[in-house]
Design a protein around this ligand. Sequence first.
Ligand SMILES: *[C@@H]1O[C@H](CO)[C@@H](O)[C@H](O)[C@H]1NC(C)=O
Length: 204
Amino acid sequence: MLHCDDNLRRRLLLFISLSASLFPSLSSSAKTKVKNPYDERRLLEQNKRRQRENNAPEDFPNFIREGFEVKVVTTEKYIKCDSGLVYRDFEVGKGDCPKAGQQVTFNYVGYNESGRRIDSTYLQGAPARIRMGTNVLVPGFEEGIKDMKAGGKRRIIIPPELGPPVGPSTFFSAKQFEVFDVELVSIQDCKRRTIGFYSDFVCE
Ligand SMILES: *[C@@H]1O[C@H](CO)[C@@H](O)[C@H](O)[C@H]1NC(C)=O
């Protein structure tokens, strides 16, 4: 369903180039630029240090950001999907995956590329609830949870193109990867309920 490539499990490096989609006119010059492996190692060490300072969880992906290009470095436990989404399952869970129209109840912790916690339902005090297929989540998040099962625990790495929309006035560096640790608590069926002119969904 997700078109993810298991063969890529063995690959340690996942190359993702932002340059082509963001700045078509610049991408050719960026490609001809010779990469300095020392710069890359330095940037990787810098990212690792930031993540340690932020107490990023174990096996967190690293991001090497050089100009317009970002390289995502993960262990072989991560799987890459055709869409660009990358994930790792910690627990697979049991039962069926949620179908469009069903409600999923889940907890998450969101992190930025520095491994800094930026958002969490655990801090909000209540899990999130959304109905699948209603476009209320960023595309990468919905794709990342739609083949999870109740009890499943997964880390998803959302590339900027599957993340929240970034307005034209926003500086390009706002195009960041986001990482979410998601725990799918339960899946509920929903029924439409109509009272007079008012209509909503009841899920249980
Ligand atoms: C992550 O968030 C922290 C705190 O808001 C911020 O200082 C840091 O620059 C962010 N990292 C990235 C890569 O955006």
